[in-house]
Design a protein around this ligand. Structure first.
Ligand code: PLP
Length: 392
């Protein structure tokens, strides 16, 4: 399978046909598995014999998803989790301990920040937040007890690009793990492991599913890290993915490459259109040549991605007006769906972030985020124009 291209892996990898010779992947909704004898049960439990034991840690449908995503990301191993947040939690619980220190981009998913500040802190793991784009801040945040560097690129919602090769070199120098949340690009646009990351995190909830149906996540990396540490934690702590959800994500992966291409194409058209709209103050999209890190984006990712953010002229009232005037777009915080979604980050995804931190991260009250779906781009523009045209 390793020799196939990513589009083929997304459709074919990781599956073992059953005796029924089905062409579409079967779902195995079973909590446990039977053994031929007491001796076999003992061998499975001790790990002497490989094979299924209990679906908290092994399930054929979940394993197919794991193997497929691992191959697509170019990683040795993958463990699926109940959500993207469970993937982040499992990674940190498995690999860090009391007294360890993490350097994280400040421009990360709001809930991840809360996880770090409220829960990791409770167990004596300290996190220093630095600028996504100022490398000197990363360098000076390193401490003797730094064990991990964490980021998402592009960031949500401002699409700032982190320089993965520079940060991976810093991670190696400081003997830390470099962890990248690859939710926005997916392996179709960007493979962080090839750019020096040790671990890739996914929220499968977003583009991997692609149709807004289920919650799930994954951790991809070397066998030593993923199997011995993260899977061992998952087996004991239990935030595992259900076979039903794994099947949904498998079906999502099959169309990921053509969906990502279509998301990116429409997002670029929308970003260009918004840039010219008189009611728009600023547009954030890595595929625009005006993006301050356009060159770096071109180096790291094959396309601009599906998310476009913009500041309307005015404040919260104007941003809410544009959102409320839409009739087709979904007012929801989810992203990566075939349905275009529109969000006011300051009062939704980032509402639990301290106002001073929020402003520091550029999440101003006039900011609107669009996850560009697969409807006609003309209809998407027309829906946004309803509010924007009134603000001129
Ligand atoms: C949504 C999201 C998560 C969390 O994933 P869930 O599946 O909602 O738990 C983590 N990171 C990023 C970048 C996200 O967008």
């Amino acid at each position: 399978m390793n020799s196939f291209n990513i589009e083929t892996l997304a459709i074919r990898a990781g599956y073992e046909q059953t005796h029924e010779q089905e062409n579409s992947e079967a779902i195995f909704p079973t909590s446990s598995f039977r053994y031929q004898s007491a001796a076999q049960a003992a061998a499975r439990f001790s790990g002497e014999e490989k094979g299924n034991v209990y679906s908290r840690f092994t399930n054929p449908t979940v394993r197919t998803f794991e193997q497929r995503l691992a191959l697509m990301e170019g990683g040795e191993s993958c463990v699926a989790t109940a959500s993207g947040m469970a993937a982040i939690l499992a990674t940190f619980m498995a690999l860090l301990q009391q007294g360890d220190h993490v350097v994280s981009s400040q421009s990360i998913f709001g809930t991840t920040k809360v996880l770090f500040n409220k829960y990791l802190a409770k167990f004596g793991i300290e996190v220093t937040f630095v600028s996504q784009t100022d490398f000197s801040e990363w360098e000076s945040a390193i401490q003797p007890n730094t064990k991990a560097l964490f980021l998402e690129t592009p960031s949500n919602p401002l699409t700032e690009i982190a320089d993965m090769s520079a940060i991976s070199a810093l991670a190696k120098k400081s003997d830390s793990l470099f962890i990248v949340d690859n939710c926005f690009c997916t392996p179709i646009l960007q493979r962080p492991l090839e750019q020096g990351a040790d671990i890739v995190i996914h929220s499968a909830t977003k583009f991997l599913d692609g149709q807004g149906r289920g919650i799930g996540g994954a951790v991809v990396g070397s066998e030593a890290v993923v199997e011995e540490h993260v899977r061992a934690f998952m087996r004991t702590a239990g935030p595992s993915m259900s076979p039903f959800n794994a099947w949904i994500f498998l079906k999502g992966l099959e169309t990921l490459s053509i969906r990502m291409a279509a998301h990116c194409q429409s997002a670029l058209v929308l970003a260009e259109w918004l840039s010219k709209h008189p009611a728009v103050e600023q547009v954030f999209y890595p595929g625009l040549t005006s993006h301050p890190q356009y060159e770096l984006a071109c180096k790291q990712q094959s396309s601009g991605g599906g998310l476009v953010s913009f500041r309307v002229k005015g404040g919260q009232a104007e941003a809410w007006f544009v959102i409320d005037q839409t009739q087709m777009l979904s007012i929801t915080a989810n992203l990566g769906d075939v349905k275009t979604s529109i969000t006011h980050p300051a009062t939704t995804t980032h509402c639990r972030v301290e106002p001073t931190d929020r402003i520091k991260a550029g999440i101003t009250d006039n900011l609107v985020r669009i996850s560009v779906g697969l409807e006609s781009i003309e209809d998407i523009k027309a829906d946004l124009a309803k509010g924007l045209d009134c603000l001129e």
